[in-house]
Design a binder for this molecule. Structure first.
Ligand SMILES: Cc1cc2nc3c(=O)[nH]c(=O)nc-3n(C[C@H](O)[C@H](O)[C@H](O)COP(=O)(O)OP(=O)(O)OC[C@H]3O[C@@H](n4cnc5c(N)ncnc54)[C@H](O)[C@@H]3O)c2cc1C
Length: 506
C-alpha cells in the first residue's frame, strides 16, 4: 500500500511540474467555441472530443495538476467492449442496464443510464485510440464470480490522466489553464449560456466567451456545509481521494436555474480506521469478512461479510448506529492469518486478496502504543477500554463464537466460510468510520447531458458530465456495474462534447 501512495504522489508531482512549466499565462479575456470546466475523466474526454470535432477549446482546472479524483480510480465499466468479447464473458448491455436500474430501484435516470451503458464499449475503443492501455486479462470482476465489466487501466487512473493530459496539451485546438477556478456562468438576455467568469493564476478576474460550456467539476465531498445539508453526514464519514471538491459546478448550474437530483447519494468505500493512515496495512485488516463489528452498545449489528464485500453498503449500516460508533474486533489468531496466510478480501486491485501483511504485528503495536488501537487479554477488559457495557459485549462475543461452533449465524446469516471464532489470547478493537470516494448527486441532465432547469426545459449552451451530475446512481453506489462512475464520467464527457458541437453549429 505504501507503494501506491508513492506512485500517486510521484505521478502528481510530474504532472504538477509539467503544468507549471506549460500552463499559459492568461493575460486577457478569451473567446473559444467550447469551454470545459474541470480536468478529470469527464473534462478531458469532453475537451478531446470537442477538439476532434474541430472546436477550439479552453479547459479550466482549479488545481495546479490535472486529473482530480480520476487519479485514484482503477478501472472503468463497459459492457460488450472489444476487450470483453476477447474474454467471452461479461454481461450484455441489456443485462447491465436491467441490473443497474433494479439495483437503483429506478431512482436513477433510465435514459441516461441506458445511453451511458450502450456507449460504454465505444469509450473503451476511443481510449485505446487515445493511447490508453489496459492491463492484461482485463476486464475482471470485482469479486469472485461477479460481473466482468471492470476494465483496469495500465497505471490506473493516473495512467489514464497522464495520457489524456498529454494528448490535450499537444492538441492545438485545446488550451489548458491550470490554477484557474471558474467562478460563475455568463448567460445572455435569452438565458443562453455564453461563457464563464474565472480567476486566473494571479487572482485576476477574467471573462471567457464560448458557444457552449461543459461542467465537469465533480461533486462536493469537501464542502462540509453541503455534506451536512444534502447527505446529513459530517465528520463521521471520511472523504478519500478528494481535494477541494466544493460543488462549484453544481452551484454555478443552480445559479442559472438548474435542477439537482439525488444530492444525498454518497459513494461509500468500506471503512478506514480512526487515526490510522489509509495506506497502513491495518486498513486492509479492517476489510476482512471474518471480523466482527460492534456498536456503542457492544452489540453486533450486521453481516460484516455482506457489507464489506459489497463495500458501498458499509456506510449505510454504520450510519444507523448511535453516533456512527463502530469497532472492528479481531484477535491474535486473525493477526497471524493476515501476516502468514494473507487476507481474504482485497481492496480494489491495489491490495489483492491473498496479500500477506508481514509487518502487521509491529504496525499494530505502534498503533496500540499511540492509543489508536485498543488491546486486552480478555473480552471484559477490552470492553472497558472501548467504553462499552462489558456484559453485553461479552454476550456478543459468546453468541458469535456459538454461531461459529454450530456453523450458522442465526442473527445475520453471514456465510459459513467467514465464521471464525474469537479466542484470543489477545483481542483488538479498532475504531472505524465509513470512507467515501465522492458524492454522486448533482446537476439534473438528460441523456444528451443537457442541463435541465426548474421549468423542465434545457438550458441552452449548458452541458454537464461526470460526477457533478445526478441521475447515474440512486441511493447507493452500485458495485455490480463495476467501474461505473469512472466509465460514466468518461462516456458522459464524450456525449457532452458531441452535443455541444451540434449545438454550436446550429
Ligand atoms: C481511491 C479511489 C478509487 C476509485 N476507483 C474507482 C474505480 O476503480 N472505478 C470507478 O468507476 N470509480 C472509481 N473511483 C471514483 C472515480 O475516480 C470518480 O468517480 C471519477 O474519476 C470522477 O471523474 P470526474 O471527471 O467526474 O471528476 P474528477 O476526476 O474529480 O475531476 C473534476 C475536476 O474538476 C476540477 N474542478 C472543480 N471545481 C472547479 C472549478 N470551479 N473550476 C475549474 N476546475 C474545477 C477539480 O479540481 C477536478 O480536477 C475511485 C475513487 C477513489 C478516490
Amino acid at each position: 500500500m505504501k507503494k501506491l501512495s508513492t506512485r500517486i504522489i510521484s505521478a502528481l508531482a510530474i504532472m504538477c511540474l509539467a503544468a507549471i512549466i506549460t500552463g499559459p499565462a492568461w493575460g486577457k479575456d478569451l473567446k473559444v467555441d467550447i469551454i470545459v470546466v474541470g480536468a478529470g475523466a469527464a473534462g478531458f474526454s469532453a475537451a478531446l472530443t470537442a477538439a476532434e470535432g474541430g472546436a477550439s477549446v479552453a479547459l479550466f482546472e482549479k488545481m495546479p495538476v490535472p486529473g482530480g479524483t480520476t487519479n485514484f480510480a482503477e478501472g472503468l465499466f463497459a459492457a460488450e467492449s472489444s476487450l470483453q468479447k476477447k474474454r467471452l464473458s461479461g454481461p450484455t448491455r441489456d443485462e447491465a442496464f436491467k441490473h443497474a436500474m433494479h439495483f437503483n430501484h429506478w431512482r436513477a435516470n433510465p435514459d441516461l443510464v441506458r445511453t451511458f451503458i450502450n456507449k460504454s464499449a465505444d469509450t473503451v475503443d476511443w481510449l485505446i485510440n487515445q493511447g490508453v492501455e489496459f492491463e492484461e486479462g482485463t476486464p475482471i470482476p470485482i469479486w469472485p464470480g461477479g460481473p466482468v465489466t471492470w476494465h483496469i487501466v495500465k497505471g490506473h487512473g493516473h495512467g489514464l490522466v497522464e495520457v489524456l493530459a498529454k494528448n490535450a496539451s499537444e492538441n492545438e485546438n485545446i488550451t489548458i489553464y491550470y490554477r484557474t477556478p471558474v467562478k460563475e456562468l455568463i448567460s445572455d438576455s435569452k438565458g443562453k449560456i455564453v461563457g464563464v467568469v474565472a480567476e486566473d493564476k494571479s487572482g485576476k478576474t477574467i471573462k471567457a466567451e464560448a458557444g457552449a460550456v461543459i461542467l465537469a467539476t465533480a461533486g462536493f465531498a469537501n464542502n462540509k456545509e453541503w455534506m451536512k445539508k444534502y447527505t446529513g453526514q459530517g465528520d463521521n464519514v471520511v472523504p478519500v481521494g478528494q481535494v477541494q471538491k466544493m460543488g462549484d459546478g453544481i452551484r454555478m448550474a443552480v445559479e442559472v436555474g438548474a435542477q439537482t437530483l439525488n444530492m444525498g447519494t454518497l459513494q461509500y468505500l468500506g471503512v478506514v480506521g480512526v487515526g490510522i493512515d489509509v495506506f497502513s496495512p491495518i486498513t486492509a485488516t479492517l476489510w476482512q469478512p471474518e471480523n466482527i463489528w460492534v456498536n456503542a452498545f457492544g452489540k453486533r449489528f450486521c453481516d460484516e461479510a455482506a457489507v464489506i464485500w459489497e463495500w458501498s453498503f458499509s456506510g449505510n449500516i454504520i450510519n444507523q448506529q448511535k453516533d456512527g460508533i463502530t469497532y472492528v474486533i479481531y484477535d491474535d489468531a486473525a493477526v497471524k492469518i493476515f501476516m502468514e496466510k494473507g487476507i481474504t478480501q482485497g481492496i480494489g486491485v491495489i491490495v489483492p486478496p491473498g496479500s500477506k501483511l508481514p509487518d502487521l504485528d509491529s504496525v499494530i503495536e505502534e498503533a496500540v502504543s499511540k492509543g489508536i488501537i485498543k488491546t486486552a487479554s480478555s473480552v471484559e477488559e477490552l470492553a472497558g477500554k472501548i467504553n462499552v457495557d462489558a456484559e453485553k459485549f461479552s454476550a456478543t462475543i459468546e453468541k458469535y463464537n456459538g454461531f461459529c461452533a454450530k456453523n450458522q449465524d442465526d442473527s445475520y446469516v453471514k456465510e459459513k466460510r467467514y465464521l471464525r471464532p474469537l479466542t484470543g489470547p489477545k483481542y483488538y478493537a479498532i475504531p472505524v468510520k465509513p470512507a467515501f470516494i465522492g458524492t454522486l448527486g448533482g446537476i439534473k441532465i438528460n441523456s444528451k447531458t443537457e442541463v435541465i432547469n426548474t421549468e423542465w426545459e434545457t438550458i441552452p449552451g449548458l452541458y454537464a458530465a461526470g460526477t457533478c451530475t445526478g441521475g447515474y446512481e440512486g441511493e447507493t453506489y452500485d458495485l455490480g456495474t463495476t467501474g461505473g462512475t469512472f466509465g460514466y464520467s468518461l462516456t458522459t464527457g464524450r456525449i457532452a462534447a458531441e452535443y455541444a458541437l451540434k449545438y454550436i453549429r446550429k
